[in-house]
Ligand binder design. Structure first.
Ligand SMILES: C[S@@+](CC[C@H](N)C(=O)[O-])C[C@H]1O[C@@H](n2cnc3c(N)ncnc32)[C@H](O)[C@@H]1O
Length: 250
């Protein structure tokens, strides 16, 4: 039987948010490859080998997956959320581009998943209902000045924004600087949503104004959504609704 490679997204956490085609690929796989906590989400079964590896070895992991598919195995590379959003799909294609020519002829498919910002936005209402952008605040793979420039320009262009990897223990100052830039560019009442562990049992949502936002409101389990100047709150009993209207007046 010929091998194949599927690069899949497991969604933000809840089993209910894994797509049927991803479930099907996992059911047919001989091998699952990925970062330890994501591989841990895949149920063990006879005939399936789980290959969990640590963070920051994405290219080695990709090569391993490609080699196994070349040998005729049915390989699934897992990411959380969507595999094309700050995740394994690009890493696999970086490996394909620089690897043996035969890898280009493999049966490779990317199967989408529900990315964190969309799961978070749905919980809150529709904060990304008009133009928005999405920025990874980690400077592991790009220089910090580029992040600052993108943040500032996005704020000046009045995009709603989603921030992934907002704050880690190794770089706690990045999110502090992010808030500082937003304070320079946006009004103090700009809405910010801190959505932690969305769709998992420990999910927590917090809505704040920019003026009240503190760096410790975010961690690596949090996706941060910043409204545009048009984003508003509908107050009601219980959790308020945060949404951005579809139109901007002349
Ligand atoms: C390496 S990125 C992976 C993103 C993933 N591919 C996606 O599409 O959601 C990890 C970041 O995604 C965000 N994230 C992932 N799952 C989340 C969840 N359930 N709730 C909130 N944020 C989440 C956090 O910002 C975290 O630091």
């Amino acid at each position: 039987m010929s091998g194949w490679l599927r690069i899949v997204g497991l969604g933000p956490g809840s089993e209910a948010l894994v797509t049927p085609e991803v479930t099907e690929a996992l059911a047919e796989a001989t091998d699952v490859v990925g970062y330890i906590p994501y591989v841990a989400r895949v149920a063990e079964r006879p005939g399936l080998t789980l290959h969990a590896s640590d963070n920051r070895v994405e290219i080695d992991r990709s090569r391993h997956a490609l080699e196994m598919a070349t040998e005729g195995r049915r390989v699934v590379v897992v990411s959380s959320g969507d595999p094309g959003v700050f995740a394994m799909a690009s890493a696999v294609f970086e490996a394909v581009e620089s690897g043996p020519h035969a890898w280009r002829d493999l049966d490779i498919q990317v199967l989408p998943g529900i990315t964190a910002m969309l799961a978070a936005a749905a919980r809150a209402g529709a904060p990304l209902g008009h133009d928005f952008c999405c920025i990874n605040l980690s400077d592991n793979l790009k220089p910090w000045p580029l992040i600052e420039r993108r943040l500032r320009l996005a704020a000046q262009a009045d995009f709603a924004m989603a921030f992934y990897n907002p704050r880690s223990k190794s770089r706690p100052e990045g999110f502090e600087k992010t808030l500082q830039i937003l304070r320079e560019e946006c009004e103090p009442k700009r809405l910010i949503l801190f959505a932690r562990a969305v769709s998992r049992p420990d999910e927590a949502l917090r809505i704040a104004h920019l003026v009240e936002a503190r760096p410790d409101m975010a961690d690596m389990q949090t996706v941060v959504l910043v409204g545009s100047s048009r984003t508003r709150v509908i107050e009601r009993d219980g959790t308020p609704i945060v949404y951005t209207p579809r139109f901007t007046p002349e």
